[in-house]
Design a protein around this ligand. Structure first.
Ligand SMILES: Cc1cc2nc3c(=O)[nH]c(=O)nc-3n(C[C@H](O)[C@H](O)[C@H](O)COP(=O)(O)O)c2cc1C
Length: 347
């Protein structure tokens, strides 16, 4: 005899209440044209519902992930950051996501008082990727003094899998107390690659990379490139919000330039074809204004690289309080992603 399914044993009261809801809500349920998402083919015929069995893992950033979701770098160095990082690392361990720490500059400068804000290898465990983070300005300065070992020591101290370098010339220029680069970031990264064996991920901080910067990056043996594209958190704009009115108005136009995730996926794909064997970076984290799992699903599948999607502010909203709210959020994002995988194809 067939086993009774959920639908066979429905409570009549529940069925009645649903029918009532349907009648009352039917008129409200139609969508405006502007609300429709036409990026996908909806294929209701080809799959059953995703089941919640454990996802199989895949290699990324030198480690294993179970879902293509990356927690993009957010700052450390405050008490709140420790709570946020701990919550996020717990979620990464539980769901198999990758994690980028925020800038570890204070640790590089020897301030180990705040080590506990960053020290989450035990929490995230050994499987998932866990990366340290430094700005290109700190890298240029440290390398300029020949202190490559300081950078390696930082990664070692955190038992991180590698280093994320954020390249942020406009942010630095617009930050009242910002640094100035003496060399091109490309030169600094090339020197670091020639002197250490560290796995490196290079990212921006909200304005992405233009085609020629992307071409140069793709030809380096990086572990990955994170877009940190235009359209989400934008650190040039954020610095202007910290500035006086005059600077704010004068430099605002520079915070409005950049490249969106969509634009960058197209240019990275074209460069991959163009560069052929000279394309040495194979992994991409699409990030910067990725709104949710559906955006993520779209870009991950548009990309011709091994790709995961990253979010910073999207996680921050849920990571500041108790772990359960973050867990619920992450579970829902994964559920949405799996539904997309089952029923949506990219146009
Ligand atoms: C609160 C906060 C702090 C951040 N701190 C850093 C940082 O220390 N280093 C870094 O590389 N990026 C940092 N970022 C930038 C994000 O990693 C990056 O822009 C991300 O790719 C896209 O963010 P979004 O999902 O909020 O649009 C920070 C972002 C936020 C929201």
């Amino acid at each position: 005899m067939a086993k009774k399914g959920k639908s066979d044993v429905e409570d009549p009261k529940q069925a009645e209440s649903r029918k009532k809801d349907h009648i009352e809500l039917a008129f409200k349920s139609s969508l405006e044209k502007s609300e429709m998402d036409d990026r996908f083919y909806y294929e209701p015929m080809l799959s059953g519902h995703p089941h919640s069995t454990q996802a199989s893992s895949f290699d990324f950033a030198g480690k294993k992930m179970k879902v293509p979701i990356w927690v993009s770098s957010m700052t450390g160095g405050t008490e709140m950051a420790a709570i946020i990082n701990e919550n996020l690392c717990r979620a990464c361990a539980e769901f198999g996501m990758g994690f980028g720490l925020g800038s570890c500059r204070s640790l590089l400068e020897g301030n180990t008082k705040r080590l506990s804000d960053f020290d989450f290898r035990e929490v995230i465990g050994q499987e998932a990727p866990f990366y340290a983070n430094l700005g290109i300005a700190q890298l240029e300065e440290t390398i300029g003094k020949g202190n490559f070992n300081q950078i390696e020591d930082l990664v070692g101290l955190l038992r991180a899998d590698g280093l994320i370098v954020h390249v942020n010339p406009l942010q630095e220029a617009l930050q009242p107390e910002g640094d100035r680069f003496k060399k091109s970031p490309l030169e600094t990264i090339q020197v670091l690659l020639s002197k250490t064996k560290l796995r490196l991920i290079v990212k921006e901080v909200g304005q992405g990379f233009g085609r020629e910067s992307m071409r140069a990056l793709l030809q380096l043996p990086l572990q990955a490139i994170e877009f940190a594209a235009h359209g989400g958190t934008n650190f040039s704009k954020l610095e202007l919000l910290r500035s006086d009115e005059y600077r704010k108005n004068t430099f605002a136009p520079l915070s409005r330039v950049g490249h969106t995730v969509g634009e960058m996926v197209v240019s990275a794909n074209a460069l991959k074809r163009e560069l052929g064997d000279s394309c040495l970076t194979n992994e991409i984290i699409v990030s910067g204004g990725v709104k949710d799992y559906l955006d993520g699903y779209f870009y991950v599948n548009k990309s011709q690289f091994k790709t995961v999607y990253g979010q910073a502010s999207g996680f921050l909203k849920y990571a500041r309080g108790d772990y359960e709210s973050l867990k619920k959020h992450v579970q829902s994002q994964i559920e949405g992603y799996k539904l997309a995988e089952s029923f949506l194809r990219i146009k």
